[in-house]
Design a protein around this ligand. Structure first.
Ligand SMILES: Cc1cc2nc3c(=O)[nH]c(=O)nc-3n(C[C@H](O)[C@H](O)[C@H](O)COP(=O)(O)OP(=O)(O)OC[C@H]3O[C@@H](n4cnc5c(N)ncnc54)[C@H](O)[C@@H]3O)c2cc1C
Length: 362
């Protein structure tokens, strides 16, 4: 197979670049390793693209890329629920109420962030988007027009694709771990990929669904902070226009080997401590441990705590590869909003500009 532009990774970055290339009439093909699109965007519904968010839930005012995408998709946004008190747990069962909100001003998207992925998928020809196909090797063939040869693994079978440019829309550490380069990347380039932490790659996100958002009647916003765990930060995850309610929480570093049932029990016990007896009977508890997802994060992400939001951006050592047509567009490569959804869109936009500079897009 031969294409002008091969995009690797069907998260929001890869898919938004695909949609832009489709609109510009460019020749491209996108390959996604998993059996689903969305990457770190994942919802609880059957198609994984609607329902409660197991990945990102928020965007913020002043993010032009997200505002434009939501507008183009014709979706509604609504504010994160934040009325009422926050519950704070210092020691197990030692719970105080505080009158502030940690996420006031954050915005959510109707039906969950998966709606954006559904929209982006609809903007590309179906035959240009391929699932279940993981990049394993990138080979540079100087002197040829299609100077990149990709080896892809589809259900154990190797496939070869030649392209004029390759866009790696996958987290930097995942590139370093899962993709082989021939000739090998310069040592400092490889080290810079390994040094970039995957944003939220350490976290487990848990959703507890209830018949109603009962905490709202107790003047509680659903916000919680706990030093006892397992959930360290909790928020209201309820969807508008449904009677059900939901809470979600983050666990920074779930101990390896924690069983699903043990986790569900620990979470339920904690929610009872924080929100009272009504929390004892969730309709369901869903979770996603992102640190165990080999196409999202690596062991280093699980082991190394982050002191704060890293200063992301494309390292100098990788910038020079753009002139040969090897581009990097995951959110971690964005200079302004790196790590966030907005950063993924920013990095995809930068990728589009570089492809224009290479003469592959009008
Ligand atoms: C729990 C959690 C909460 C978050 N909360 C927020 C939030 O509220 N707001 C916010 O702005 N951001 C948030 N984020 C971050 C946000 O999810 C990311 O910024 C964004 O989804 C990254 O998109 P991406 O396309 O750059 O990468 P990804 O979504 O990681 O997409 C990369 C894709 O590449 C694929 N892939 C990997 N390796 C290969 C390979 N070898 N071959 C082929 N395909 C491959 C993967 O399967 C994946 O589909 C959160 C993330 C998590 C995990």
């Amino acid at each position: 197979m031969q294409t002008d532009i091969a995009i690797i990774g069907g998260g929001i970055s890869g898919l938004s670049l695909a949609a832009a290339l489709q609109a510009a009439g460019a020749d491209f093909h996108l390959f996604e390793a998993r059996e689903r699109f969305g990457g770190r965007i994942l919802c609880t519904g059957a198609d994984k693209l609607q329902g409660y968010d197991l990945g990102p839930s928020w965007f913020w005012p002043g993010q032009p890329g997200m505002a434009a995408l939501i507008r183009a998709a014709g979706l509604n946004a609504y504010p994160q629920y934040s009325r009422g008190n926050l519950v704070y747990e210092e020691m197990p069962g030692e719970v105080r109420q505080l009158n502030f909100s940690t996420m006031e001003g954050a915005l959510r998207v109707e039906n969950g962030m998966g709606s954006l992925i559904r929209y982006l998928i609809s903007r590309s020809d179906k035959q240009r988007l391929t699932l279940n196909t993981a990049l394993t090797k990138v080979r540079y063939l100087p002197g040829e027009t299609h100077c990149w040869q990709l080896t892809l693994n589809r259900a154990g079978e190797q496939q070869y694709v030649k392209a004029k440019a390759v866009v790696l829309a996958i987290p930097p550490r995942v590139i370093a771990k899962t993709v082989q380069f021939d000739p090998p990347l310069a040592e400092h380039a490889l080290q810079s990929l390994q040094a970039i932490p995957t944003w939220m790659g350490r976290f487990t996100k848990v959703i507890a669904e209830y018949e109603t958002p009962f905490w709202r009647d107790m003047n509680l916003s659903g916000d919680g902070i706990s030093r006892s765990g397992p959930l360290q930060e909790i928020h209201d995850a309820s969807l508008p226009d449904t009677p059900a309610g939901a809470l979600f929480g983050f666990i920074q570093q779930l101990p390896r080997g924690t069983g699903s049932e043990a986790l569900r029990q620990q979470v339920t016990d904690q929610l009872v401590r924080l929100f009272g007896a009504q929390a004892a009977s969730p309709l369901s508890i869903s979770f996603q441990n992102w640190s165990e997802q080999k196409y999202s994060a690596t062991d280093e992400d699980w082991r190394e705590p982050l002191a704060g939001h890293p200063q992301y951006g494309l390292p100098d050592s990788l910038e020079t590869l753009a002139s040969q047509g090897l581009l990097f567009t995951a959110t971690e490569m964005a200079h302004q909003s790196g790590g966030l959804l907005e950063g993924a869109l920013e990095a995809a936009d930068d990728g589009l500009m570089q492809l224009r500079a290479l003469g592959l897009v009008n």
